[in-house]
Ligand binder design. Structure first.
Ligand code: ZN
Length: 414
C-alpha cells in the first residue's frame, strides 16, 4: 500500500493545487497511471482507499498524485472531519460514471482516466464533458477497417494514426476521419468523443473489440501529438523512402547523374509500404515486395554504373563491374562514399538489401524444401534473430537495418 503523509491540511492543500505534468520531475521520463491501494494521513486523520490512480514514472518509479485522486482525498477528508471521525475507508464509485457520449453502445472505459491523465479534462474545445476519454480496444479491430474498402487506415508512427470512412457522395475525401493510437501494451485507443461521431455500423464493428482500460496512454505518439502538439516523426518505413529520395537528389546535384528508375511504378509500390498491425506472412510479404521494387529495382543500373565510373578511376574498378546489378553497385558506391568514415562495415550495413532479395524469392517462388530451409536459415543467421517463426522480430530488425542503411546513403551523399 502506498502511503502519503501530510502534517496539516495546509500541507495537503499545497499538494492539491500543484499541477502534475505527465513527466517525472526527477528524471523527466513519461509517467503512466497505475491503480494502487492508498493510505493518506492528514494531520491526525487516516483515509484509506482501496483503489486510487497514481502517476508512476516509467523510469525511476516515483509516484505522484494526479488531480482527480487529490480531489477524492480532499472530499474524503472533509467527510471525515464533518462526521467527527478520525479514520475512513473509501471505495471507488460503485456505479461507474458515464459521460454523455455513446450511451447506447455502452463502451467500457474508466472516467477516472479523463480526470487524472494530465491535459484531458482541460480540453476547452468540446462543450460536453468527457470528449478526450481514452477508450481501449484490441488492436485486431484495425484489421477489419484495413480490409473493408470503405475505410482508410493511415499509420503515421508506431503509436499514432488516423482512420477515415470514404465519403460515397464524393464531395469530401472522408465522411469522417478520426485519430487513433496504440499504447505500450499494444491496445488500440480512440477518444470517446471521436467515437461518438462515427456511424452506427462502425461503432458496432468496434464494440466486440472494446476492453477495460489499462490506463496506459501517456507514452504514445498519439497522446504526445494530440495533447502536446509534438508532431510525430514519420514511421520508420516511410523514413527509409524519404532517405532514398534525398540520396537520389544529392547524387543528381553533385554528379549530375539521375539514378532514379521507374518513377511512377515506385510511387505505386510506395503506397503499399505501411507499418503492419498484424505480423502475418501476407502482410509482411506485401511490404517486403514493395521495398524490393522500390529500393532495388527503383535504381537505374546503367546510371549507377556511370556513377561507379565517376567514383572509381579505371585502375581501381572491379574487373566484373559491368555485370553488376543494383545491390552490388550500391555496395560499391557506399564503399566509396564512406571512405572517410573509419571502421564502417559496409558489407554489414548492406545486409538488409540482400535479405530483402532473399525474402522476396522465398515469398514469390515455388522452391524446393531444401532451398526454402537454406533461405530461412540465412535470414535468421544474418539478422541474428531467434527463429524464422518470429516474423515480427525479423521484420523489425530488417526495417531497423534498412533505416540505418538509407540514413547512411542520405547523409554520406551530401
Ligand atoms: Zn522518474
Amino acid at each position: 500500500m502506498k502511503e502519503y503523509i501530510f502534517d496539516s491540511y495546509d500541507d495537503f492543500y499545497n499538494e492539491y493545487i500543484t499541477v502534475r505534468s505527465p513527466q517525472c520531475i526527477e528524471c523527466g521520463e513519461d509517467c503512466e497511471l497505475v491503480d494502487s491501494e492508498v493510505a493518506c494521513y492528514i494531520k491526525d486523520r487516516k483515509l484509506q482507499f482501496s483503489s486510487m490512480l497514481l502517476l508512476r514514472c516509467k523510469n525511476c518509479g516515483r509516484e505522484y498524485l494526479p488531480r482527480y485522486s487529490k480531489q477524492m482525498i480532499d472530499g474524503a477528508y472533509k467527510l471525515v472531519v464533518e462526521a467527527n471521525e478520525f479514520q475512513g475507508v473509501f471505495k471507488p464509485l460503485g456505479s461507474k460514471q458515464q459521460f454523455d457520449y455513446c450511451k447506447e453502445q455502452n463502451y467500457l472505459y474508466d472516467y477516472r482516466d479523463y480526470f487524472n491523465i494530465p491535459g484531458l479534462c482541460e480540453d476547452r474545445e468540446h462543450y460536453i464533458e468527457g470528449f478526450l476519454t481514452p477508450v481501449y480496444f484490441e488492436k485486431e479491430a484495425l484489421v477489419y477497417f484495413r480490409v473493408l474498402p470503405e475505410y482508410e487506415v493511415n499509420i503515421f508512427s508506431e503509436s499514432y494514426g488516423k482512420i477515415g470512412k470514404k465519403d460515397l457522395s464524393g464531395r469530401y475525401q472522408y465522411e469522417w476521419d478520426v485519430p487513433f493510437g496504440f499504447n505500450t501494451a499494444g491496445k488500440l485507443i480512440m477518444w470517446l468523443g471521436d467515437i461518438a461521431v462515427l456511424d452506427d455500423k462502425t461503432k458496432n464493428i468496434l464494440k466486440p473489440f472494446n476492453v477495460e482500460s489499462d490506463h496506459l496512454l501517456i507514452d504514445s505518439d498519439f497522446y504526445r501529438a494530440q495533447l502536446r502538439c509534438v508532431f510525430s516523426k514519420p514511421i520508420a518505413e516511410k523514413q527509409i523512402l524519404l532517405n532514398k529520395e534525398i540520396f537520389i537528389k544529392n547524387i543528381k546535384k553533385k554528379y549530375n547523374i539521375d539514378i532514379y528508375h521507374l518513377v511512377e511504378e515506385c510511387v505505386v509500390h510506395e503506397k503499399k509500404i505501411k507499418h503492419p498491425v498484424i505480423f502475418s506472412e501476407q502482410n509482411i510479404s506485401e511490404v517486403i515486395n514493395a521495398y524490393d521494387k522500390v529500393l532495388i529495382e527503383g535504381f537505374d543500373v546503367e546510371q549507377m554504373r556511370k556513377l561507379y565510373e565517376k567514383l572509381y578511376c579505371e585502375q581501381k574498378r572491379d574487373c566484373n563491374y559491368k555485370k553488376w546489378q543494383s545491390i552490388k553497385l550500391l555496395e560499391a558506391i557506399l564503399q566509396m562514399l564512406s571512405c572517410t568514415v573509419l571502421s564502417m562495415d559496409v558489407r554489414m550495413i548492406m545486409s538488409p538489401l540482400y535479405i530483402l532479395h532473399d525474402y522476396r524469392i522465398f515469398f514469390d517462388h515455388l522452391l524446393s524444401l531444401k532451398k526454402m530451409d537454406d533461405i530461412k536459415r540465412h535470414i535468421v543467421e544474418t539478422l541474428g534473430v531467434s527463429s524464422f517463426d518470429e516474423q515480427e522480430e525479423i521484420y523489425s530488425e530488417e526495417i531497423r537495418r534498412l533505416g540505418i542503411l538509407f540514413d547512411c546513403f542520405a547523409i554520406l551523399s551530401k
